[in-house]
Design a protein around this ligand. Structure first.
Ligand code: ARG
Length: 575
């Protein structure tokens, strides 16, 4: 539909083809928002060079071809095209959007199967803040793809297997199942791990027991597997508390941890070796994908089986690629994982392509997640230098939000609901609004601020629109206009709203939630300007003006609600 920039791009391309020949139909018209008009197109300058003609002349020729355009076009300066859309066109498009249940957001046809690997905390340790971003960004991407009609398969690739489990299980036997479960459910995984580790380092007999236990676990001994389940179930119950608190859509059905691939690993190795993709090097089974070299210029190995016969992180990921392509039938795979694992994924994807497990028709993308920093610019830690417990962090966000709204006179129940939405919304939005691969500073004061590009500002904007409807005694669903644009602020708001569909599609295609955040923020700001300059309910406002403005309010409300919901940011009714 209606994104003006896309409509303009198509129109100008058609004009280019008519004026200069079909070979120019795909040229980028270089359309940008402009301070002198709604948009400017800069294509005349670049095209003039190629055509060896004066830029202004080229611009004039384009303008002539756009004579039926719903707006005015002026040639200015060296050859800019300044484009201003007609108010009636904007109003008609806005009315159409208001009438559309999907607000101009398309659906992808044919639907794709998109496998999204996200969250993926390690069970041998407490879920820490580093996994906050992978969880939040991945969940937003899952929601976006589903909204566009894709089939999403969530895969929570838990770190739930490997040598640490020997000592973790022995420690469980030492302290007793009940005590272990209580500790793990309470989110004390780090303490649990550290206690086991300390014994492992100090106590030879414990170390021996732990090593033997790794072997019995790997051999599938039923009692050892039962103990492993006791440990994992308690840990997953804690993860689920965090997901629930955050409103993350992951369920137990999405768990596809490293342990799941264990039975496939030997075959992974055998198949890679037989196909000649992997070879033995210094006792280890390795793939050497071309183009990867170490600091010494030697080819870099992806180690599939260690020289002691053990499997590692790369083995599991090779099995996962094959499973996701072959069994899950994925068209597109997103790995929402820390940026520090970029090399690992490049090598895994390349090795999988070499093996023929990852056909060219399937894309595999590492959605790189930047590190979360403390205010001191270093890796996020508590003052005493330990890593921060996620549950504590989330609770603090809610406590601070509670304090921020304490004086608003809500009853207890309402206050709890709003504080939860504001606290969790703030944490999530702060994560989503910066580009996912950049590092970002975790700062409660900034993320909980009621001004600027924050969740509370946006939540407040939508709550304010709802209160307009409450005060006017109008159901937003009945505010259907007609839309007539008079004031510049109304026009600017309507123009902004028209871009919603395009930005949702682009955000999804590029896996970049910050684009949608920037858009929603711009829409909320445009609404704030509108609201300051254009009275809606005030006495003396003509009925048709009131109806039009209410329709704009209703459209803004739906854009804000839908947009925030696609990001997984909760929208409280009141604030
Ligand atoms: N558990 C890993 C970590 O915490 C992330 C796993 C990501 N997914 C994958 N398929 N490797 O670093």
């Amino acid at each position: 539909m209606t994104d003006p920039q896309i409509v303009l791009t198509e129109r100008v391309q058609q004009a280019l083809a008519r004026a200069f020949g079909q070979e120019h139909a795909d040229a980028d018209p270089l359309i940008r928002p402009s301070q002198f008009a709604d948009f400017q197109a800069n294509v005349a300058m670049s095209l003039a060079k190629r055509l060896r003609r004066a830029p202004r002349e080229v611009a004039e020729a384009i303008r002539t071809e756009l004579s039926d355009f719903p707006g005015t076009i002026e040639v200015s300066g060296p050859g800019f095209l300044n484009i201003t859309l007609d108010d009636t066109w904007i109003a008609a498009e806005a009315a159409q959007m208001l009438d559309d249940a999907r607000l101009g957001v398309g659906t992808i046809t044919p639907a794709q199967t998109v496998v999204i690997d996200y969250s993926a905390p390690n069970a041998a340790k407490e879920m820490h803040v580093g996994h906050l971003r992978t969880t939040i960004v991945g969940d937003a991407l899952a929601r976006l793809h589903e909204h566009l009609g894709n089939k999403v398969v969530r895969q929570n690739h838990l770190g739930d297997w490997g040598t640490p489990f020997g000592m973790l299980i022995e420690h469980l036997l030492d302290i007793g199942e009940e005590a272990a479960v209580a500790q793990l459910e309470a989110g004390m995984g780090t303490e649990y791990y550290q206690a086991a580790r300390a014994k492992f380092d100090a106590d030879e007999s414990f170390k021996t027991r732990a090593r033997v236990r790794v072997t019995t676990l790997q051999s599938g001994d039923p009692e050892t597997l039962r103990l492993w389940h006791v440990f994992m179930d308690a840990t997953v119950r804690y993860f689920n508390k965090i997901y629930e608190m955050l409103g993350v859509t992951l369920t137990d059905a999405d768990i596809a941890g490293e342990s799941m691939y264990n039975p496939m690993l030997q075959k992974v190795c055998d198949d890679l070796e037989e196909a000649g993709v992997a070879q033995i090097s210094e006792g280890a089974l390795c793939v050497f994908p071309p183009g990867f070299t170490g600091s010494d210029d030697k080819p870099l190995p992806l180690i599939i089986r260690k020289s002691d016969g053990g499997y590692g992180y790369a083995t599991t990921d090779m099995a996962a690629v094959r499973y996701r392509v072959h069994d899950l039938k994925s068209d597109r795979m997103l790995y929402v994982v820390g940026a520090d694992q970029a090399l690992h994924f490049r090598m895994v994807f390349e090795a999988a392509r070499m093996a023929g497990w990852l056909p060219d028709t399937v894309s595999a993308e590492h959605v790189k997640i930047g590190m979360m920093l403390g205010k001191d610019g270093r890796r996020f830690k508590t003052r005493s230098g330990e890593s921060v417990k996620l549950m504590d962090l989330l609770q603090e966000a809610i406590d601070r939000a509670t304090a921020a709204i304490a004086d608003r006179g809500y009853d207890e129940q309402m206050q709890r609901e709003i504080a939860h939405a504001v606290g969790m919304g703030a944490v999530k939005y702060a994560d989503l609004s910066v580009s996912h691969d950049s590092e970002y500073v975790f700062d409660f004061d900034r993320m909980l601020g009621f001004t600027g590009n924050t969740a509370p500002y946006l939540q407040y904007a939508q709550a304010r629109i709802r209160s307009i409807f409450r005060r006017g005694g109008v159901d937003p669903a009945t505010a259907t206009g007609p839309i007539v644009l008079g004031e510049p602020a109304e026009r600017a708001l309507a123009l902004q709203l028209l871009g919603f569909g395009a930005v949702v599609e682009q955000t999804t295609a590029l896996s970049e939630p910050h684009r949608l955040c920037a858009y929603i923020y711009a829409a909320a700001t445009a609404f704030t300007d509108f609201f300051e300059q254009c009275p809606v309910l005030k006495e003396g406002v003509e009925p048709d003006v009131r109806a039009s403005r209410l329709a704009l309010c209703a459209l803004t409300l739906r854009v804000l609600e839908t947009g925030l919901d696609l990001l997984g940011v909760p929208v409280p009714e009141r604030m």
